[in-house]
Design a protein around this ligand. Structure first.
Ligand SMILES: Cc1ncc(COP(=O)(O)O)c(C=O)c1O
Length: 440
């Protein structure tokens, strides 16, 4: 079942660089280990197909959006109904109210809903509301947590392994002058969080986190950490925001907040919400959400906000996810798959730590011990990960990589992945691990 690494796409990438900025439409579509994007022609169920028709078991799944798998019939039918309605954007329909009502039922924090288009937009609007509601400007975020591409979130600590250090831009183009508004704390470090609250508590508008840090290869909160965030934010009148864009619908229908019982004031959702169609949502406490225009003064609008095709896709997706037993099956499959994957790496003596929760996971190369902090995840061995990922692609299993530096990103499976698909993946991983053990 060996397939050539899609070499003919080198020419396409050369051409793309003449017309697409940096050759891509989104920086993270560049597969850093391949040196070009992993070009796709289509997806179906758990598979994606390259331009030559080669089939791959997909463990990226549209960066985590396709939780039901690709081309799910109910989602496809829903989108077709939207097409038949004439692609009307920029209009409210009864379907918007219907989907909002469903979210208010299943997401513990949701008393009101505002739909938008992408994740970055709703994390931005969440802090805009928090700043307006509190009259404060500072935001506390955690080292390495990803909340999209707006300025306050593109800052990082100078040295995330140090207890204290300044906040600097994580990429060019972000003015350092904005760093004064960001307080950066290591994830799962209760003492550092307490210190930050003691120093900045009543000056903070919001504390924002990925309640499971999936963007650094799945680092769960240590027991009591989310509860601490909830308690201190309440005491200090700070808005607690859970960015559940990746964790939402991943471990439980109501997200990490349902799983842990820790309910934030505001929560952002996207990705799995519409199984690959562009849709995001900000949900939360009614009194905070009513700061949004037109009732309140906080700006948010958009021609494509809550696009009808995406809203219909989301209604179909959530209806599938609500079916009895779905999350029991998903979490059972996850536990077995992660255990089996870990066993393959262990059997070959490879230093790899598999960390997963629900349908998303990280593979930490160069590490055997549990990864509990962002600093732990920074020890990731990209060289070994690269040899692994390329070996898997050659054998028909697609793992994406988001960067050649820093922590591993996130991988995941869908509800379309069958026991046979998991078994096939484990065989491939076993074969690649054999090669890696031989120094291949
Ligand atoms: C936790 C989290 N927040 C926000 C975003 C940004 O979402 P989008 O890419 O839709 O702008 C992402 C995207 O990966 C994410 O993982």
């Amino acid at each position: 079942m060996s397939r050539p690494v899609v070499s003919h796409t080198e020419g396409l990438f050369v051409q793309a660089q003449q017309v697409l900025a940096s050759g891509v439409s989104a920086s993270m579509r560049m597969h850093p280990y391949l040196g070009r994007p992993f070009y796709l022609s289509r997806g179906d169920g758990p598979h994606v197909y390259d331009l030559a028709g080669g089939r791959y078991l997909d463990f990226n799944l549209s960066n985590g959006a396709a939780i039901l798998g690709h081309r799910h019939p109910a989602v496809e039918q829903a989108v077709l109904r939207g097409l038949e309605a004439g692609i009307i954007a920029a209009a409210e329909t009864p379907f918007h109210e219907e989907l909002a009502a469903v979210l208010c039922e299943i997401i513990p924090a949701a008393e009101r809903v505002r739909f938008a288009s992408v994740g970055s937009e709703v994390t931005l609007v969440a802090i805009r509301i928090a700043r307006h509601a509190t009259g404060r400007t500072k935001i506390l975020k955690f080292d390495g947590h990803f909340h999209g591409l707006v300025e306050p979130f593109l800052l990082k600590r100078e040295d995330p392994t140090a207890q204290r250090s300044g906040v600097v831009p994580s990429s060019g183009g972000v003015p350092t002058s904005l760093s004064g508004d960001v307080v950066m704390v290591p994830w799962n470090d209760a003492e550092a969080f307490e210190r930050a609250i003691a120093g900045h508590g009543t000056g903070l508008a919001a504390v924002i986190c990925e309640p499971i840090h999936f963007n650094a290869g799945c680092i769960p909160p240590t027991p009591g950490f989310l509860e601490l965030l909830r308690q201190r934010t309440t005491e200090n009148g700070v808005v607690l925001i859970f960015d559940e864009i990746l964790s939402g619908f991943r471990t439980a229908l109501g997200g990490v907040q349902e799983q842990t019982g820790v309910v934030p004031d505001l929560c952002t959702l996207a990705k799995a919400l519409a199984n690959g169609m562009p849709l995001s949502a900000l949900v939360g406490r009614a009194d905070l959400m009513e700061h949004l225009a037109p009732t309140g003064p906080v700006a948010h609008s958009g021609t494509y906000s809550g696009h009808l095709l995406s809203v219909l896709a989301a209604l179909a997706t959530v209806a599938e996810l609500r079916k009895p037993g779905v999350y029991d099956r998903l979490n059972e499959a996850a536990a077995a798959f992660y255990q089996d994957l870990q066993a393959v790496f262990d059997r070959h003596g490879l230093p790899v730590r598999v960390q997963g929760m629900g349908a998303r996971f990280g593979l930490h190369f160069g590490r055997r011990a549990p990864v509990r902090t962002y600093a732990d995840a920074l020890g990731h061995d990209h060289e070994l990960n690269m040899r692994f990922a390329l070996g898997c692609i050659e054998r028909g299993v697609y793992f994406h990589a988001y960067s050649r530096q820093g922590p591993p990103g996130h991988a995941g499976f869908s509800l379309a992945h069958t026991p046979k698909d998991f078994a096939e993946t484990l065989d491939v991983v076993d074969a690649v691990a054999t090669d890696l053990g031989r120094g291949g």
